[in-house]
Design a binder for this molecule. Structure first.
Ligand SMILES: N[C@@H](CCC(=O)N[C@@H](CS)C(=O)NCC(=O)O)C(=O)O
Length: 296
């Protein structure tokens, strides 16, 4: 049953009205830049242009994990792309990602700068570049790639489907919420069954598949996405919860979550990261003007 008003599609769809909802102002039916704007370039080999949504967090978690292993070549500048203000449609950003979505990376350590877009491609590019967080054995690697691509194909049902209609659409409509809640719960069950016999997604080793899946489904089960923890009964996925908490406890994951974050607690927001020391000195609680102390 649905209470949505019936709609008869016209012969040819036209863009003549805002659809409403949280992101209506930035959505357009055409690609390409809307304005000229060069991207800033910092001193480090890797330049990341992003925001701390799940797709952005995947990449900053991997970069922080690589740095934690001592891979100094993974030093990076993380520049903030404010998607609600249309930064993704600036000409410089479109040059590195014609799809106008965060995250996007430029590697300046190569003979010519290498652009990489799509979070899954960025994870794979960095894991291969440093030879970390991906299995060497072909069968194990195939398993890892299967789960990485599972995440890339599945999360749009969670974010663009469930999250959109449950949290961002201008009204609550039962039909799409039912459809995408069902699919989201099915996906959580896929993960829960897989993690029943495995410590991490592909077995004993922590890989980029864990990072990619954790950013979406781990954070969902930890109650951080769409205020939907209770609605989806996330605590019932016990294996996913155990795995989510273990990954969440990693210091590199904690740091990765803070980068390019513009919401939530001020001490967890590091709008831009240009140096490892920024986590201690540049979070919003430290750089925001503090209220003046009352005179004694
Ligand atoms: N498949 C892409 C999806 C990226 C994506 O959807 N990014 C969103 C934020 S999570 C975005 O930049 N949205 C801006 C827009 O749609 O204009 C990836 O994994 O990198």
């Amino acid at each position: 049953m649905t209470d949505a008003a019936p709609y008869t599609p016209p012969k040819v769809w036209t863009w003549d009205a805002e659809s409403g909802g949280e992101f209506a102002k930035i959505n357009r039916p055409v690609a390409g830049p809307t304005h000229d704007k060069d991207l800033p370039v910092g001193e480090h080999p890797l330049q990341l242009y992003s925001l701390a949504t799940p797709n952005g967090v995947k990449v900053t978690v991997l970069l922080e994990e690589l740095l934690a292993l001592g891979e100094t070549g993974a030093e990076y500048d993380a520049w903030l792309i404010k998607i609600t203000e249309g930064d993704q449609f600036g000409s410089g950003f479109v040059d590195i990602n014609p799809n106008s979505k965060i995250p996007a990376l430029v590697d300046h350590s190569t003979a010519r700068p290498t652009r990489v877009f799509e979070s899954g491609a960025i994870l794979l590019y960095l894991a291969e570049k440093f030879g970390k967080f991906l299995p060497a054995d072909p069968a194990d690697r195939a398993e890892m790639l299967s789960w990485l691509f599972w995440q890339m194909g599945s999360a749009p049902y969670l974010g663009g489907g469930f999250g959109h209609f449950y949290a961002y659409a201008p009204e609550k409509w039962q039909y799409p919420i039912d459809r995408f809640a069902m699919e989201t719960k099915r996906q959580l069950d896929v993960l829960d069954r897989n993690l029943a016999g495995r410590e991490f997604i592909t077995g004993a080793d922590y890989t980029i598949a864990d990072m990619a899946i954790w950013a979406w489904y781990g954070q969902l089960v930890l109650g951080r996405l769409y205020g939907a923890g209770e609605f989806l009964d996330v605590t019932s996925y016990r294996n996913v919860r155990r795995w989510s908490e273990a990954i969440d406890a990693r210091p590199a994951v904690q740091r990765g979550r803070m980068v390019n974050r513009t919401f939530g607690d001020a001490d967890m927001q590091l709008h831009e990261r240009h140096d490892a020391g920024d986590f201690d000195t540049r979070t919003q609680d430290k750089i925001m003007p503090q209220p003046e102390k009352a005179e004694d």
